[in-house]
Design a protein around this ligand. Structure first.
Ligand code: AMP
Length: 243
């Protein structure tokens, strides 16, 4: 990542002395999907955004196989709302809650990591299958939880499309990204302004590699199931070979 992406706009000493910066997570998954997508599109030089959407979710902006930015930060709490994590939040919320409820910072962070996200908004579940079932029954809290998730993911795709000065490929991976046609459609509905067009029939796919955009879509949209185990094995083999 370039420094402009990984540096936090806080006093430099925290970076210089304490290494406080954006690190990001799901790197093994993003790396696998970036490599596999290069094989699928038959190119090595292109701009893509990978959406790893599971119980934990993060997006990665990638140019020519290299990470340019990612949504998680020093910890996995940052970025989009997740199953039980809040995602990005104004730090003053922590100050307010700790002061008002006499909560320690650690307890507050535990709440933001384990009792927030779509679980908190739906007051029902962190599992997208339950949220979709709730939505289909007209549960307003489930509807809002899903809307919040789609909205924040789409916002980051827009931000990363600007950061990369346009994208060629958008990929979906992990539990929800691979198995959630309605999630993919709802997110892509925000991206018409970028010329993203989804083929409704192709988008029915679950858990398999597939091109789900129409031939005239300005951006290729793919489902690429992640394979972190294979990536770890390949990285390990490379390390052993070079040792
Ligand atoms: P992961 O963290 O990648 O294992 O993803 C787990 C999440 O994927 C679960 O919490 C579910 O919300 C979601 N998921 C798994 N299968 C499906 C499915 N068939 N439809 C929608 N969501 C799914």
């Amino acid at each position: 990542m370039p420094a402009k992406a990984y540096r936090y706009a806080i006093p430099a000493a925290y970076f210089e002395n304490d290494d406080i910066r954006r690190y990001g997570f799901h790197g093994t998954s993003h790396k696998y999907v970036a490599r596999r997508t290069a094989e699928l599109v038959g190119k090595t030089e292109f701009k893509m955004i990978n959406c790893h959407l599971g119980n934990g979710s993060s997006l990665c902006a990638i140019k020519d196989g290299k990470c340019q930015d990612t949504t998680m930060g020093l910890s996995p709490l940052a970025g989009v709302p997740m199953g039980t994590r809040s995602g990005d939040i104004d730090a003053c919320v922590v100050q307010f809650i700790c002061n008002k409820y006499g909560m320690s910072v650690d307890d507050c962070l535990n709440m933001l990591n384990k009792k927030s996200g779509v679980l908190a908004i739906s007051e029902k579940s962190s599992d997208f299958r339950d949220l979709e079932a709730g939505r289909d029954e007209g549960d307003e809290k489930c509807i809002l939880a899903l809307e919040k998730f789609f909205y924040e993911v789409a916002k980051y795709i827009g931000a990363y499309a600007a950061a990369l000065n346009g994208i060629d490929v958008l990929t979906f991976t992990a539990g929800v990204g691979e198995n959630g046609p309605e999630t993919r459609q709802a997110i892509c509905d925000y991206l018409g302004f970028m010329g993203v067009k989804i083929d409704a029939e192709a988008n029915k796919v679950r858990g398999k590699e597939a091109l789900i955009s129409t031939p005239d879509s300005a951006v290729q949209v793919w489902v690429v199931p992640t394979n972190e185990e294979l990536m770890i094995a390949q990285d390990t083999a490379a390390l052993v070979k070079n040792a």
